[in-house]
Design a protein around this ligand. Structure first.
Ligand code: AHR
Length: 493
């Protein structure tokens, strides 16, 4: 008999609305993310729509990722946007500096905007600060967002796009403490002032500017940057952090200890988001709040090197890591957006392709299963579960839960993770208050082996299954197998 855990949701205790952008993503000109994963070209034998592969579009459209960050990453600070517009056969061929591969420029601004439309995502463009000029960045923004009859908007028009794209999110450089120029935060702040002053004017009302934030090894960056921005803090809408996890472990051949270490590493994100969130608040003013974005995150294993185009496999461990991280993100009230790295064939990918074949990864299913959480009202909930034995002495319960309510208050959504590799539990789920709730749609992503993954030979080894809840109206009992993700919709009558 498995141990019973009590799970209670308090639908009347609202903790704030979640930002739907927490479920955003990132696609860089790196390895086979753009070329091969998204872009195959109009003449390809692979089914495509204006050069963009259709299987990828179908899969991403199902997720409708709220925002998609592009073109990098490190690539952004060496990218010159003008190379990627106009007739494709006239576009210059370049060398992709950071990822040591050819850059044909076949996929540029108009193709990216086309992709975003096809998959129902908002574009988020990262500007080149490391090797570009303010004028180059300004003209890119004008090309994308201006409705004025200028030389650049006429060019956009003649490239087939008369209407402005109205890009809302603009990143001012990427990792400017590293590949984006190895700058000091004070120097970056001075550059930021120049870039952002221009962007504010050109990008139009409602555009949001994101400043390069810290990495866990340089936490002091955020404070030094914000301090140097005094007097011009109205130019900073978000401070954007990068935090990767899972180094020094293999993608598929890992130990139980590696798994628990990865789950424990979520605490690094948690602490850094708390620190950055508090700082952002300290530098906010009445009328101009500064928020936090987790601009790049996800697993990065030893197989992902420049030589492999940062390709790695994706197992049930990645799915549990993603789901637990989302539970953590839900608790950070001024966290606005997170972008996992990266969408296809790179790092913790949602999709993997091999020539004409495409498969979805266990991480993909987390995005798909958690969709009802987006925009939800975060609700108080509690679970009585034993602590996991993590390598570092940390308090992480074996069962992690998060609950949200719909806008009209008639629907609840609950996700339950059993993070224990070996012990199963029985969840006794209760909704506090009125006797009007019924569990309806229960889905479970679970495998007996934490190493389980989808491959081109076995593309459906890991996928979510429907489960029937047992029990009465306001109280239901559900099995929570080891290493499993369970979601449920709870409807009010
Ligand atoms: O996502 C891969 C790389 O990781 C990005 O290009 C860079 O920003 C980060 O270091």
């Amino acid at each position: 008999m498995s141990k019973m855990v009590e799970i209670v949701i308090f639908p009347e205790v609202h903790l704030g609305k979640l930002s739907r952008y927490l479920y955003s993503h990132f696609a860089e000109h790196l390895g086979r993310c753009i070329y091969g994963g998204i872009w195959v070209g109009k003449d390809s034998k692979i089914e495509n729509n204006q050069g963009i592969r259709c299987d990828t579009v179908r899969a991403l459209k199902k997720l409708a990722l709220p925002a998609l960050r592009w073109p990098g990453g490190c690539f952004a600070d060496s990218y010159h946007w003008i190379d990627g517009i106009g007739s494709t056969d006239q576009r210059p061929r370049r060398h992709n500096l950071w990822w040591n591969q050819p850059e044909t420029n076949q996929f540029g601004t108009d193709e990216f905007m086309q992709l975003c439309r096809m998959v129902d995502s908002e574009p988020y463009v990262c500007l080149n600060v490391g090797s570009g000029t303010v004028e180059e960045a300004r003209s890119w923004v004008e090309y994308c967002n201006s409705g004025q009859p200028t030389l650049l908007t006429k060019q956009r028009h003649s490239n087939g796009h008369p209407e402005p794209y109205n890009v809302k999110f603009w990143g001012i450089g990427n990792e400017n403490w590293g590949c984006g120029g190895h700058m000091r935060p004070e120097y970056y702040a001075d550059l930021y002032r120049r870039f952002a002053s221009c962007m504010r004017k050109t990008a139009g009302e409602g555009a949001k500017l994101l400043a390069c934030g810290s990495h866990p090894t340089i936490p002091e960056w955020d404070e030094r940057f914000l301090e140097s921005m005094k007097g011009a803090l109205h130019l900073v809408d978000y401070i954007a952090l990068h935090i990767y996890s899972g180094a020094r472990s293999s993608d598929v051949s890992f130990t139980d200890e590696d798994y628990y270490k990865l789950i424990a590493s979520i605490e690094v994100m948690d602490k850094n988001l708390t620190r950055a969130g508090a700082l952002a608040q300290a530098y906010s003013s009445y009328g101009h709040p500064i928020g936090v974005v987790l601009d790049e995150w996800g697993t990065w294993y030893e197989e992902a090197t420049v030589a492999t185009g940062l390709y790695q496999q994706n197992t049930m461990r990645d799915a549990l890591f993603a789901a637990t991280s989302f539970h953590c993100f839900h608790r950070h009230r001024n966290l606005f957006m997170t972008n996992m790295a990266q969408t296809i064939n790179v790092l913790q990918a949602l999709l993997l392709t091999k020539g004409p074949e495409m498969i979805v990864t266990p991480t993909y299913y987390v995005y798909e299963m958690f969709r009802p959480h987006r925009n939800g009202q975060l609700l108080a909930c509690r679970v009585d579960a034993p602590l996991l034995k993590l390598p570092q002495a940390q308090e992480q319960k074996a069962i992690s839960i998060s609950a949200t309510g719909s806008e009209d208050g008639n629907e609840l959504f609950l996700s339950i993770l059993n993070l224990d590799l070996h012990n199963d539990f029985t969840g006794n789920i209760r909704v506090s208050g009125e006797d009007k709730w019924k569990i309806e749609h229960v889905r479970r992503l679970a495998t007996k082996d934490i190493h389980a993954h989808n491959s081109f030979e076995e593309p459906e080894k890991v996928y979510p299954q429907e489960v029937s809840p047992a029990g009465k109206r306001e109280q239901s009992v559900i099995e929570l197998p080891p290493q499993s993700i369970t979601t449920m919709q709870i409807k009010g009558s």
